[in-house]
Design a protein around this ligand. Structure first.
Ligand SMILES: O=C(O)CCC(=O)C(=O)O
Length: 266
């Protein structure tokens, strides 16, 4: 048993509800340091030579071939960053945080593997007033074509700011990981990754209002979303997704797609 392993109540909660919430996992000082690294990564990604922004579904993507990453912009405010994925291959500080036992020990239990390692890393920065929604989805469909086994990937979400209903906290559907994979709605040019809220009882969503430094862990089938940030403060999250060691990472899949080798252009 490792220091931060799931306890028996958490294991039961994970099995029944599909997620585990731990509060105050990282101190305010640690969160401030992580957030500083995140902002530096975002600034670096946004300062490169602009490439074409592509609207896919409700999202606005820019693929940055130099950093081998995908930048998301706010569709309604196209000069405002929405997020970035992946980035551990070009930021050693955030790569190192991804190895912290407070993420890795629980992941050992969740994935039932002795050596979880990073599959992908994502930053979501719902900026004050302009941060938009992350639409209802499961993670698995996004990963099926871009991983070695999408069923063996799980995510830890670290909250870098206090998260509330009005700034777009994470909302999850407890138990949704146990039901059949939801059918996505087909969006031209994007695929069927998003779920159709008209065919899903969104009353089942539970808003996870948490303090900065808290972490939520969940697997690839949990239905979740987050709403726009209507407040005057940012609501940022850092997501680390893990898989058993030795498998190709999302940056390697992206590099293959771009015809580049990770590290070669950084
Ligand atoms: O609200 C968030 O930051 C989490 C969003 C999410 O589920 C995702 O980016 O896949």
């Amino acid at each position: 048993m490792s220091r931060y392993s799931l306890d028996s109540l958490e294991r039961t909660h994970l099995a029944d509800q599909g997620y585990v919430l731990r509060e105050a996992v990282f101190s305010a000082k640690e969160v401030a340091s992580i957030a500083k690294s995140c902002e530096a990564v975002l600034a670096r990604a946004a300062s490169g030579p602009p490439t074409r922004k592509i609207q896919m579904g409700k999202y606005l993507f820019e693929i940055n071939p130099d950093l081998v990453t995908v930048i998301k912009w706010e569709p309604e405010y196209p000069d405002q960053l929405q997020g970035l994925e992946p980035f551990a291959h070009f930021d050693s500080a955030l790569d190192a945080w991804g190895k912290d036992p407070r993420f890795v020990d629980p992941m050992r239990d969740i994935l039932d593997t002795p050596d979880p390692s990073l599959f992908t890393e994502k930053l979501n920065v719902k900026r004050a007033h302009v941060g938009g929604a992350i639409f209802l989805h499961q993670d698995r469909p996004y990963w099926v074509e871009n991983s070695e086994n999408a069923d063996e990937i799980a995510t830890a979400v670290l909250f870098l700011d206090d998260a509330t209903r009005i700034n777009g906290c994470l909302e999850v559907v407890p138990g949704s990981h146990l039901t059949a994979l939801a059918k996505g709605r087909e969006i031209e040019g994007f695929g069927s990754f998003e779920m159709d809220p008209d065919h899903f009882d969104t009353e089942q969503l539970v808003a996870l209002e948490v303090c900065a430094g808290s972490v939520v862990f969940f697997g690839p089938r949990l239905v979740h979303r987050s709403l726009p940030n209507t407040t005057e403060c940012d609501r940022r999250t850092l997501l680390y997704s893990y898989q058993p060691a030795g498998r190709a990472t999302s940056s390697e899949f992206l590099a293959r797609m771009l015809g580049a080798r990770v590290g070669e252009r950084l």
